[in-house]
Design a protein around this ligand. Structure first.
Ligand code: 5GP
Ligand code: MN
Length: 314
């Protein structure tokens, strides 16, 4: 059931013990939502834990640490999670059919939760969580401001993408006024690169291929490339934005080999193609300019599957 902001606020007011789930391979938006909401609920004397199926990269430590999920909540909340699959395998099995409230900004949300507060015009789920926190009457602490700012900046590529609206900018300004360390956060998220990441990026660029007269740029990250660079899955997200940067590219693809032999696809596009539609043809989803899915088969077969589906759209 789709609910409105007031109903979501009432739901939080009327319960006391929450498990907040973020998506697997967590990013700044899902973690910003989770940690901001945990802080807001705690300030009202409620108990809230933030749990993730996967390890949280250290660069997010300034927002707090994830909790263990060894407790029995009254209610379960998922933030920035469009599909139970995205919770990660264990968490999907454990909690997939038990989510009481989902707060999300993906138009492709599968409405798996008992209640869903959805606004696909929000650049980040953090925009919606901030409105919920305001609705609860909680003051925006410096920590909450840092969390919400993190979601806003990471889901907009530092306020560069077409999902940015006047509201996004106004809320970011509000967060800076409330103490968000905007320059510091942007440095950590967009400037600082580990040596292992740089080594991985070099391998990725070396192997990049172009298709369809330069309209599609395709990067493949293999397990072997992680071994050679010393990098790992926690660092790979930033690569997804690279293929689209090339002039003339309508669809940028980053395909990563997972340890279970499947391939995780990250697609980015210009105005020309709605990649959430392309990914939907392969069981995935996301936003018009940033979407994803998982494909199976060996590397050649997986590449072929992705390319043949892109071809229908360009
Ligand atoms: P990323 O490429 O950064 O993993 O994801 C880009 C966007 O697409 C995110 O908003 C993410 O939630 C969404 N997305 C990625 N993979 C999937 C998927 O397999 N299914 C769905 N429904 N959405 C996905
Ligand atoms: Mn998001």
């Amino acid at each position: 059931m789709i609910i409105d902001l007031n109903s979501a606020v009432e739901f939080l007011k009327n319960n006391n013990n929450f498990l907040i789930l973020v998506h697997g391979h967590p990013d700044g938006d899902t973690l910003g939502c989770g940690f901001a909401l945990r802080e807001a609920l705690a300030s009202l004397g409620k108990t809230a834990r933030v749990c993730c199926n996967d390890p949280v990269p250290e660069k997010f430590n300034y927002m707090g640490k994830a909790d263990g999920d060894d407790f029995t909540p009254d209610k379960i909340i998922a933030v920035d999670v469009a599909d139970t699959k995205l919770l990660g395998k264990n968490f999907e099995e454990k909690y997939g059919n038990k989510v009481d409230l989902c707060i999300d900004h993906h138009g492709s949300n599968r409405l798996y939760a008992e209640r869903t507060l959805l606004d696909s015009s929000a650049a980040a789920a953090c925009e919606i969580v901030l409105q919920v926190i305001d609705g609860l009457g909680v003051d925006i602490s410096k920590l909450i401001a840092n969390c919400i700012y993190t979601g806003l900046t990471t889901d907009t590529g530092c306020f560069r993408y077409s999902n940015v609206t006047p509201r996004t900018m106004r809320l970011a300004a509000d967060m800076i006024e409330a103490g968000a360390e905007n320059a510091k956060i942007n440095t950590v998220m967009f400037e600082t690169k580990t040596k292992t990441y740089v080594a991985l990026e070099r391998l990725a660029l070396d192997g990049m291929k172009m298709y369809f007269d330069g309209q599609c740029a395709f990067i493949t990250i293999t397990q072997e490339m992680y071994r050679l660079s010393g990098s790992d899955e926690t660092e790979v997200d930033a690569i997804a934005s690279i293929p689209r940067q090339i002039e003339g590219v309508k669809v940028g693809v980053t395909m990563r080999e997972k340890t279970d032999g499947t391939f995780k696809i990250s697609m980015r596009s210009s105005e020309a193609v709605d990649v959430s539609e392309v990914c939907a043809t392969m069981g995935g989803g996301g936003h018009p300019r940033a979407a994803g899915c998982t494909v199976t088969g060996d590397i050649e077969k997986a590449t072929e599957t992705v390319l043949s589906n892109i071809k229908k759209f360009i």
